[in-house]
Design a protein around this ligand. Sequence first.
Ligand SMILES: NC(=O)c1ccc[n+]([C@@H]2O[C@H](COP(=O)([O-])OP(=O)(O)OC[C@H]3O[C@@H](n4cnc5c(N)ncnc54)[C@H](O)[C@@H]3O)[C@@H](O)[C@H]2O)c1
Length: 383
Amino acid sequence: MAAKRKIRVGLIGCGLMGREFAVAAARWPALVDMQASPEIIGICDLNENLFEWYKSNFDSIKTYTTNYEDLLADKNIELIYCAVPHNLHEKFYTDIIRAGKHLLGEKPFGIDIGANERILEVVKTHPDIFVRCSSEFPFFPGGHQIQKYIAENPWGQILEVHSGLLHSSDINFEKTINWKRMIAMNGEYGCLSDLGMHAMHIPLRAGWIPNGVYASLSNIVTERPDSKGEKVPCETWDNGTITCNVEHPSDGYSFPMTLKTYRIAPGETNTWFIEIIGTKFSAKFSTKYPKTLQTMHYENGGTQEWRHTDIGHNTAYKTITGSIFEFGFTDAILQMWAAVIDEFTEPGKNMPFGCITPEETYLQHKILTAALESGKSGKAIQL
Ligand SMILES: NC(=O)c1ccc[n+]([C@@H]2O[C@H](COP(=O)([O-])OP(=O)(O)OC[C@H]3O[C@@H](n4cnc5c(N)ncnc54)[C@H](O)[C@@H]3O)[C@@H](O)[C@H]2O)c1
């Protein structure tokens, strides 16, 4: 068997998502047809306490630093995964690209639309640099099957689309505040940008771009304890529902779409869902029932029956895991990384499904900025 090409990766931000990526790199042998594999050789975080976990699990890491410029100066590093708070996206992403490193960044790809535009200017002036934004949920087999349906366009006329991410990590009012609940670090969008890219990835890729939005935003928890137990303001939006109208990109009609981003959704630990309801064919998938894809075919005069199909582990990128078994969050991260490495090593390839492009991050910001304005003014905003 030919040796796989090793892509030497630097990691900036070793927190929740940094560790998820590191574990995906360690699970790489689970992917059976990949021509290349990522190898983490340098990591950076301000919090040096995080390094011990990496040291005890990854022999490949040679550089541990609190200054990300050390990784930018390392000639051996080809690609950087940057998972840091939103207020750092603009500075870090643009420095990474200018240093000639390829980048997988995290959403929302800039704390606001201005930051995103400035990142995209640097992307445009560095066409040889590969840049993508992370989004893993569409890699669940149910999400992947829905993308295949979208390509086939079996809906008849789409009547409505609902997409969203619901979780309840903020449902405990006593939970200590962290950067994701502070406007200065998370951004004014709050839940909209924290969760919005998850809701928008498939719709944006389908070309379902709203021509206007109306948003309901709720700030449910207005104070939280800080690390000393003192109550401090909790300024960010907790829950957001965006309602919009979408022109079908090819078929000359429009349909309503809702995008839900909830940080306080009782009973939902982390539920990503997409539902497309059409006159002839409908499909629904939710990570709440990760094995089950729901579909309905309807013909005039026929019965209306939802079919529940166990879709198992039928993934975009083949793994050692048999198709009969279950799929989970860490599998989605692995599949997303397979797509990143696949597209990076074979640019222009016809991908099963790719990560978010910089242009799609801009569309996301346009929608979120309009949603923020709508939520504050109570008016619908044209895009
Ligand atoms: N794709 C997903 O499902 C998903 C899930 C959660 C978060 N995210 C995104 O990932 C990014 C990071 O979120 P997280 O949950 O991993 O946050 P986190 O707080 O767990 O990790 C961020 C890390 O960045 C480090 N950091 C802060 N300032 C730094 C600096 N100047 N230099 C180096 N390191 C620094 C922090 O010490 C921390 O360890 C955000 O953009 C967030 O929106 C994505």
